[in-house]
Design a protein around this ligand. Sequence first.
Ligand SMILES: Nc1ncnc2c1ncn2[C@@H]1O[C@H](COP(=O)(O)OP(=O)(O)OP(=O)(O)O)[C@@H](O)[C@H]1O
Length: 609
Amino acid sequence: MSRSWRRCLDASLAPVGRLQTPPQLNASQLAHATDRQGELVAHARPVMQYLYAQTRDTGSMVILADERGTLLQTLGDTDFLGRAERVALMQGASWHESQQGTNAIGTAIAEIAPVVVHGPEHFLERNGFLTCAAAPVMAPDGRLLGVLDISGDHRGHHPHTIGLVRSAAQMIENRLFETCHGDTIRVRFHPLAEGIGTVAEGIIVLKEDGWITCANHAGLSLLGLCPADLGAMPVTRVFQIGTSELASWGRRRPGEIMSVIRNNGERIFLRVELGRGARQIIVPSHPQEEACADSLEPLNTGDAVMKATIEKARRVVGKPIALLLQGESGTGKEIFAKAFHDSGPRRSKPFVAVDCATLPENLIEAELFGYMPGAFSGARKEGYAGRIRSAIGGTLFLDEIGDMPMAQQARLLRVLQEREVVPVGGSKPIPVDFVLVCATHRNLKTEMEAERFRADLYYRINGLTLMLPPLRERSDFAALTSRVLRDLSPERHLYLGDAVALAFAKYSWPGNLRQLVNALRTACALLNDDESTILWDHLPDDLINELRQASQSLDISSMHLPQEENLHVLSSAAISRAIDISDGNMSEAARRLGISRNTLYRRLKIIKS
Ligand SMILES: Nc1ncnc2c1ncn2[C@@H]1O[C@H](COP(=O)(O)OP(=O)(O)OP(=O)(O)O)[C@@H](O)[C@H]1O
């Protein structure tokens, strides 16, 4: 009220005395102004009739003004309309603050907020017999469209009138949403499931890329947004759910209510309605079937160790057992973790991968645990849920866990023990539920002994440890290569030329599957459309050099040895390496070598003799 009076004084309005006649539209100007706001007027009309029915015979009127303060529609008791006309409270008149001083319509426009102006609070003395309650009506994209108002004699003032007007303005906004064109996904939400479909529900409209383009008043205030955020904020900043999951829910469960977690950790209920544009969003028609029933099977290309590893993993799918994947860099730990997630009952929920080695140390906590609004300088003003909370219901994959600093290890341990996370700058723990898969190329036991990794955390994350073999130790190189080629180029049947195949087989592949897949990807790109055999020309130069060096070193060693001795040496070396790698487990060593246990013992006897 004081801001409004200050504006009136600054504009040199005089509260008393003879006043200039305020601008008044003639009939054709009024028709033009009404046309300009045709949609608002059309949707407001039934709501105004409803309001009038509630206030009939109370000496009052219901008014719809446009965003400039021009009165477009009025409905009221005849005797009061007559009195109102004497102060120009009638169709075509302007009740902008600059014309009429502080008044509910003009001040609601200036403040873009609901306003009550009672009796002498009116800046112009002649308006002092009025009591008025007004609420702005916002367009779905956050623009001010107009104002809804109930005005009456100040002696009939009722404090509930403003509530009535606000609800009615909200009803008009919600009706405008129904006709919001070009929408893709409309989300209705409320902290209570029963609040959806009521006048108190929040509504947002999303474009197919997930940006929030429209919101009603309740939607903005429930989410703590302002109109300027519309078109500038993706839905994932407010809810822990993405567009395709929303679209998927809307298609599979039309009309049903789902519960999601907001990014501030609170639970909220949603109903998703899909508009025409939502058809463009590609979502799996049955997310439960989106991944094949056993997503681990494609990783089995015949290597005995890999097969046994996959079988062990299958036994813990869907159970609350933390998986620890160990293996050299590039052996496919993340691909394995994703396949493990896709094989389980949580496959339609998020799979959140965090690379602990690349997160700057000072950001790990905020990234993992989230933070409250304004927790530190440079933080997002709305706060951040953090990666752990993004994984709720799904799988959290902590890659390179061995590189996590000790201080963060302690915090992570607490989260795993308590199954709760406390965001940075917050004090309220938020319950979290996820399956944990960790990976590292380090030997965590050695790290633990060197006191670089906490023993208590090691035992927490190590429900089941699986070792992924390096490529050079896999016996399924040929089958694996064909599968990768088929995946890279499904429409052509590609294979390796003899010389390249031989060189590949002799090479040690220090970058493991990553290096092999990258080499094959480059080769596919360099092949002409009519070529199907990968030759030296199709390989990157640095790889050609390494392959040639590896092959020469083997050839040179073979030149100095008689053929028989060479084979003997090579097989002895392979056998002792397999036994070493298998920690003396003869069955495993035999599996690695692709021979039976009996053959292995026979060969050992020969070597010893
Ligand atoms: N079974 C597979 N089939 C096809 N490609 C694979 C397979 N496994 C791994 N890859 C390829 O190897 C790359 C490395 O895999 P991934 O990131 O899973 O390895 P990693 O062991 O987690 O590596 P790092 O330890 O460096 O994080 C992947 O981007 C993918 O291209």
